[in-house]
Design a protein. Structure first.
Length: 331
């Protein structure tokens, strides 16, 4: 088995660095011929009580609580998954097939830049909504990210406290974007600087450490281990998709079945514990996306029922938010 020299050399550092992290997600984006399919897990300790909502086009939205906040009238209708007490949109897809999502990147790595007077503001937790409301391609999103200040106002209302009086000073997040053409981008803020990755590896994403490390593992052709740590989950899923490309899987039904298999390689269950880290990484839900069909298939951890969502389920021309489905425990 081929092992990365750097991966072996830094194993101790990685174990120590993520020992307190029990929040994780994995995404995989596949695009081949007429098949444009993605999957994403939401892994977090505690319930996020996720709601699926449909936002119609024409909604006026302010994307930060600052005097220089970006305010727009949305150009596109979008499906969104609203999570946790503050209703953070962790996953979004608009009617043009643009996907925008937040994943966890620990505060040891994430540091947003200082806001300036020269650019308008978008809150770090509002980036997926800002992108899905207003843009149709990854190229447009990346171009417009350079025109705004991404503001870190921290985050409140996350488990285990589940109330808005317990807050984190910093929002531990990074982002992935994908569109119908197959373009993808991973965006992080490291030491106050925005890092944008648009190479092939940006189709596969997980969590700590910063994305440049994951790309280094790709370069060294590192093979995945069996753990549920971020880099192993990403590499396992990536290996399945690379095999799909090698076999040139283009039939949409075959692609969807293969993506279910890929999702199973990164799924943590609700009780699985990493023996090295010492914490559980529960998968709260998995969403499968068909970007061409504008469809989501959502699988929650605590039910056998599968939920399917698409743009025919709400009035896309009505400028309001319509709740399409909610976790049974959601308030």
């Amino acid at each position: 088995m081929k092992k990365s020299i750097i991966a072996l050399a830094t194993a101790t550092v990685l174990t120590a660095g993520i020992a307190t992290v029990a929040n994780a997600c994995t995404t995989l984006v596949y695009n081949n011929d007429k098949a444009a399919v993605s999957m994403r897990t939401m892994d977090w300790v505690g319930h996020d009580d996720a709601k699926v909502v449909g936002d119609g086009k024409g909604m006026e939205r302010q994307y930060a609580n600052t005097k220089d906040a970006v305010t727009t009238t949305s150009k596109f209708a979008a499906l969104k998954i609203s999570s946790f007490l503050p209703g953070i949109v962790a996953e979004a897809m608009n009617e043009e097939g643009l996907e925008a999502r937040i994943l966890y990147l620990g505060s040891d790595y994430t540091q947003f830049g200082q806001p300036t007077d020269a650019k308008p503001d978008v809150d770090a937790l509002m980036i997926p909504q800002w992108a899905a409301d207003n843009f149709s391609t990854v190229k447009e999103v990346v171009a417009n990210l350079h025109k705004i200040d991404v503001i870190d106002n921290g985050v409140c209302g996350l488990p285990p406290h589940d109330d808005m009086t317990h807050c984190k000073e910093n929002a531990p997040v990074h982002y992935q974007f994908a569109d119908r053409s197959g373009d993808t981008a991973v965006v992080e803020f490291i030491n106050g600087e925005m890092k944008v990755y648009q190479e092939d590896g940006s189709a596969y994403m997980s969590n700590d450490p910063e994305f440049s490390f994951h790309l280094l593992l790709d370069k060294e052709q590192t093979e995945a281990g069996a753990s549920i740590r971020a880099y192993d989950r990403r590499l396992r899923g990536k290996a399945v998709l690379e095999d799909m490309y090698k076999r040139n899987v283009t039939d949409i039904n075959a692609v969807k079945v293969a993506m279910k298999a890929a999702a199973n390689t990164v799924f943590s269950g609700y009780e699985q514990e990493d023996p090295y880290v010492g914490g559980v990484f529960p998968t709260l839900w998995t969403v499968h996306t068909d970007r061409n069909a504008g469809e989501w298939v959502l699988d929650r951890h605590d039910t056998w029922e599968i939920e399917t969502y698409n743009f025919s389920q709400f009035d896309t021309n009505k400028a309001e938010r319509q709740v399409l489905g909610a976790h049974p425990k959601a308030k």
